[in-house]
Design a protein around this ligand. Structure first.
Ligand code: PFF
Length: 543
């Protein structure tokens, strides 16, 4: 039987969930933020020969101030306001705040994006567990670059589709990780997510510090190559390069803004859900700042100091520039194999990655659970079962079409890249136009432990939406329309993800990419239908 929530909004008969402590919610948001993005994606971006260096860092910190922090506060504020009206999911919160029949549909991405990112993020998470196991077991004591590349390709089934389900060992790790995520989610907010983050985050920091000390004391591992030292590795990682040229390159700004979104977990619809479980007078300003600061410490202070310098000291600059996955699962295992007790340090590193990843993947499931519970009135068992089914289908697609990781890359582009830019932009507009900047500002400060510096008010009102809209348009122009970023002689040629769908003179379309996009479209349509049904339920109960 449904009962009325505060302000006459519908809630099911389930007991209202809540965080058990102030620190708990900060740990949970920090747990969501600190993930593979901090330890693999960020170092790879900073060390990138063309778009990395000092220019990237400047663009990164500018984006952090103009987009990351503002949207973080916006999400915390909207979430708590929605929670006070009895809603925990983006569709529900937008429905309550906007009070219009179409409002709930604006929350679509807040359900679709986290669940869509989960389809592949949990697969990578299972690689981390698998690599931890193989590292401790000594199975990564290989020699030669090719052996490591071969191990990774084999483990992830990059050679052929269907390889994994034909009995590859990685399936067992995937099944274990998938079930573990849902078992934790089933235990609820404070008994599941909060508990795991309260233990996981300190453990993660301890492991990272141990690895940091190990890396910083490596000195010059091979005396025959004095130039390959840890200090030169740090110099390589943090080399400012040609800052002016970098800042003039729009690609640098795009990559920086997208990393800020990804790493802070803002613009996904996750923080809005987490904040909705706060009490109406719980602080959001300091909490948002603290969790973002914790993320930046882990990203710049730990993630930026461990992986790339170590790889440089053992293997040199050429080994470092290979992309996120290559760095994590190809280059670093080689580095650990060259270190004394490398299998222990390697195992610890992959356990660290696994903890970082699981506290993030849990946060991708909660928005979905919240929506199914309040939208369809399902109890926890049924909502876990339904979300489990949907994500199992999505993950199977990613796992099955493993050749060249095509399905994974396709979901990452359409949901992980485009989806977050859209959702992040939408959030600021809902805050400024739906709630109203002044009301929103007051709302943010209710119960706040500190004030947001006044300069952020015009930033949130004008700068963030403009900056974001500009970045979004530029992103679509370069990645969808294929603009070469030149104003002098602009050219438009379809990019990889688009060629995959429509084909080109030199490359045929990819049936796997097409199927993946079709599946995503069906998933989005299914989500829209559920939101429609939820709306009918909400207006019925409110009457
Ligand atoms: N912030 C996470 C990371 O840096 O790895 C990624 C992430 C978490 C993305 C939660 C999306 C999300 F909903």
């Amino acid at each position: 039987m449904a009962r009325r929530g505060r302000l006459g909004c519908p809630m099911s008969s389930r007991p209202k969930e809540a965080w058990s402590s102030k620190l708990g919610v900060i740990m949970a948001v920090a747990g969501s933020a600190v993930g593979l993005g901090n330890f693999l994606r960020f170092p790879g971006l900073v060390a990138h020969p063309e778009t990395g260096g000092g220019a990237f860092l400047i663009a990164y910190f500018v984006s952090l101030l103009l987009v990351g922090l503002p949207i973080c506060w916006v999400e915390w504020t909207l979430g708590r306001a929605g929670g006070a009206r009895g809603f925990n999911s983006s569709p529900g919160i937008f429905h309550a705040i906007l009070g219009k029949p179409w409002g709930k549909y604006l929350g679509l991405l807040g359900f679709v994006v986290p669940v869509g990112v989960y389809f592949y993020y949990v697969v990578i998470e299972s690689w981390c567990l698998g690599y931890a196991w193989h590292s401790f077991a000594g199975n990564l004591d290989l020699s030669g670059k090719e052996a490591f590349a071969g191990f990774f390709a084999d483990f992830t089934g990059q050679g052929e589709d269907g390889h994994l389900l034909a009995g590859g060992g990685a399936v067992a790790f995937f099944a274990a990780v998938f079930i573990l995520n849902f078992a934790i989610i089933y235990r609820g907010l404070s008994g599941g997510i909060e508990l795991v983050c309260n233990w996981g985050m300190p453990l993660l920091i301890v492991l990272a510090l141990v690895l940091l000390v190990r890396v910083l004391t490596l000195g010059t591992p091979d005396p025959a190559h004095p130039e390959l030292s840890i200090w030169n590795g740090l110099g390589y990682m943090w080399d400012p390069k040609d800052v002016a040229a970098g800042l003039a390159n729009p690609a640098v700004w795009l990559k920086a803004a997208s990393q800020v979104f990804f790493t802070l977990s803002v613009g996904f619809g996750v923080i809005i859900t987490y904040a909705s479980y706060l009490r109406p007078k719980d602080d959001v300003v300091l909490s948002g700042l603290t969790s973002s600061a914790a993320n930046e410490f882990c990203e710049v202070g730990l993630g930026g100091m461990i992986t790339v310098p170590a790889a440089f000291a053992f293997l040199g600059a050429s080994a470092v520039a290979g992309g996120t996955f290559a760095l994590g699962f190809n280059v670093l295992p080689q580095v650990f194999a060259l270190m004394p007790y490398g299998h222990v340090f390697g195992g610890c590193f992959f356990v660290l990655l696994f903890i970082a990843a699981i506290t993030s993947s849990l946060s991708m499931l909660q928005p979905g659970i919240a929506f199914l519970e309040e939208g369809l009135g399902l109890d926890r068992r049924r909502s876990v079962a339904l979300l489990g089914f949907v994500t199992a289908v999505g993950c199977t697609l990613v796992l099955w079409f493993s050749r060249d990781l095509k399905a994974l890359g396709t979901v990452d582009f359409w949901i992980g890249d485009i989806g977050i830019f859209l959702q992040g932009t939408l959030l600021v507009y809902v805050f400024n136009l739906g709630l109203g900047t002044d009301r929103g500002w007051q709302e943010a400060h209710r119960g706040a432990e500190i004030g947001i510096p006044a300069v952020f008010r015009p930033i949130i009102r004008w700068v963030t939406p403009t900056y974001l809209t500009a970045i979004l348009v530029m992103f679509l122009l370069t990645n969808l329309a294929g603009w070469n970023l030149s104003l002098v002689s602009p050219a438009f040629a379809p990019t990889g993800p688009v060629v995959d769908l429509i084909g080109s003179d030199t490359a045929p379309a990819s049936p796997v990419a097409r199927l993946t996009v079709l599946f995503l479209a069906a998933f989005i349509a299914f989500a829209a239908l559920l939101i429609h049904l939820a709306g009918r339920r909400w207006s019925r109960v409110a009457r």
